[in-house]
Design a protein around this ligand. Structure first.
Ligand SMILES: NC(=O)c1ccc[n+]([C@@H]2O[C@H](COP(=O)([O-])OP(=O)(O)OC[C@H]3O[C@@H](n4cnc5c(N)ncnc54)[C@H](OP(=O)(O)O)[C@@H]3O)[C@@H](O)[C@H]2O)c1
Length: 334
C-alpha cells in the first residue's frame, strides 16, 4: 500500500518557515506488518513550536534531523494490524508518528489514549503540553496560595494550562497574549484573573498596575522584550521559569540579554530553564493527576483542529503567526 509523507527539505535556520522547507512524497509501506510490529493509521498530528528548532538542529536534547527525514512530530494512531502484544488492533495510541499517513511501528514510546477523554487530549492537556505546564509550574515555579503568577504566551496550549494550574494552587494568574479576542478568552473561559494584550497595551505599566506586590512566579514562553518587562516587576524571592522563547524562533539570533536581569539580584530571585523530558519517569502519575483535574471540571483545554494531511506545513506555521487558538492539531482521518 502507499502512504504520503512530509520530508524535511531544508533547515530553516535564522529565518521563518517556508513551504519549500517541506517536501511531500508518496512511498510504499507493507500491508502486513513484520513480526513484533504493527500497521497503524495516523488520525491526528499535534504541533509544537519546538518542531522548528528540531528542523534547525539547534537543540541537543533530540537527535539531529537530516534532509530527507520524515518530519518529526507526535500524533494519534489507530492500530489496524498488530503482530506485537504492545499494541492492540483497533485501539488508539499517542506517540511520535512523524508526518505520515500510515506507519509500521514496534510500539515503543506509544501510550494508549485516555478511555474517557477525547483522543486529542493526549496531544494537549495529557501530552507534552500539559506535562510541560505541570512540571515547569510546580517543580520550578512552586506557586503558593496568594502568589501572583504571570504567564507569557498565555493563550497558547501550554500557557492556558499553566494559568489554570496556578489557580488550582491558590495563586492569582495574569496572562500576556496577543489581541483582544485571546485576552477575553483568557479571563472569561481559561480562568485567568486578568490579561494583558501585548500588541496593544504597555506591558510594563499593566504589570505594575496588576501586580502591586510584584510577580512571584514568571512562566515565560516568549523571551525577548516581554521577558524583560516581567523581570522588571518580580517580587522578592521570585521564581522565573524559562519554558520557551518563541519570539526568537524565527530570527535565530539570540536576543540581547534582558536589561532587567540584574533585578534577580535585588529581588533574590532564581531563573531556571527546563526540558520536560527530564521528568519522563513521573509522566504516568502527572498525567493521571491532569486527567483528574479535567474530569473534575477544573482544567479546560481547547483544541484548534485543522484538516487534511497536505496542510501540515501550513498548520505548523500557524503557531508562529499566533493564528492557533489552543493546542494546534491536524485531523488526517476519521
Ligand atoms: N521547555 C520544554 O520542555 C518545553 C516543552 C514544550 C513546549 N515548550 C515551549 O512552550 C512554548 C509554548 O508552546 P505551545 O505548544 O503551547 O504553543 P502555543 O503557545 O500554543 O502557540 C504559540 C503561541 O506563541 C505566540 N507567539 C508566536 N510568535 C510570537 C512572538 N514573536 N512573540 C510573542 N508571542 C509569540 C502566539 O500567541 P500570541 O498570539 O499570544 O502571540 C502563538 O499562538 C513554546 O515556546 C515551546 O517551545 C517548552
Amino acid at each position: 500500500m502507499k502512504t504520503r509523507q512530509w520530508l524535511l527539505n531544508d533547515h530553516p535556520r535564522g529565518r521563518p518557515l517556508k513551504d519549500s522547507d517541506f517536501r511531500l512524497v508518496e512511498t510504499e509501506i507493507a500491508d502486513e506488518p513484520a513480526p513484533g510490529r504493527a500497521l497503524a493509521q495516523v488520525l491526528w498530528l499535534g504541533f509544537d513550536p519546538a518542531q522548528k528548532g528540531w528542523m534547525e538542529n539547534v537543540a541537543d536534547y533530540v537527535a539531529p534531523m537530516a534532509l530527507g527525514d520524515v518530519m518529526r512530530g507526535s500524533g494519534i494512531v489507530r492500530v489496524v494490524k498488530s503482530n506485537t502484544p504492545r499494541l492492540k488492533e483497533g485501539a488508539l495510541y499517542a506517540g511520535l508518528t512523524g508526518w505520515t499517513e500510515w506507519l509500521e511501528t514496534d510500539g515503543a514510546g506509544f501510550e494508549p489514549v485516555h478511555p474517557d477523554l477525547p483522543p486529542t487530549a493526549m496531544l494537549s492537556v495529557l501530552g507534552t503540553t500539559g506535562l510541560t505546564a505541570w512540571c515547569g509550574l510546580f517543580k520550578l515555579g512552586e506557586p503558593r496560595p496568594g502568589d501572583t503568577v504571570v504567564v507569557s504566551g498565555a493563550a497558547g496550549a501550554t500557557g492556558s494550562t499553566v494559568g489554570q494550574l496556578a489557580k488550582v494552587a491558590g495563586a492569582r494568574a495574569i496572562g500576556i497574549a496577543g489581541g483582544p479576542e485571546k485576552c477575553r478568552w483568557l479571563v472569561e473561559e481559561a480562568g485567568y484573573d486578568a490579561a494583558i494584550d501585548y500588541k496593544a497595551e504597555p506591558v510594563r505599566a499593566r504589570l505594575k498596575a496588576l501586580c502591586p506586590g510584584g510577580i512571584d512566579v514568571v512562566f515565560d514562553n516568549v523571551g525577548g522584550a516581554i521577558l524583560n518587562e516581567m523581570l522588571g516587576e518580580i517580587a522578592t524571592g521570585a521564581r522565573v521559569v524559562i519554558c520557551g522563547g518563541i519570539s526568537r524562533y524565527e530570527t535565530g539570533t539570540m536576543p540581547a540579554g534582558p536589561e532587567n536581569y540584574f533585578n534577580l539580584v535585588f529581588r533574590r530571585a532564581t531563573m531556571r530553564g527546563f526540558i520536560v523530558l527530564d521528568w519522563a519517569s513521573e509522566f504516568p502519575e502527572i498525567r493521571r493527576r491532569l486527567a483528574g483535574l479535567v474530569q473534575d471540571g477544573r482544567l479546560a483545554f481547547r483544541i484548534d483542529e485543522q484538516q487534511g494531511f497536505e496542510q501540515a506545513p501550513a498548520t505548523l506555521m500557524r503557531l508562529f503567526s499566533g493564528a492557533n487558538r489552543g493546542k494546534q492539531v491536524l485531523k488526517l482521518a476519521d
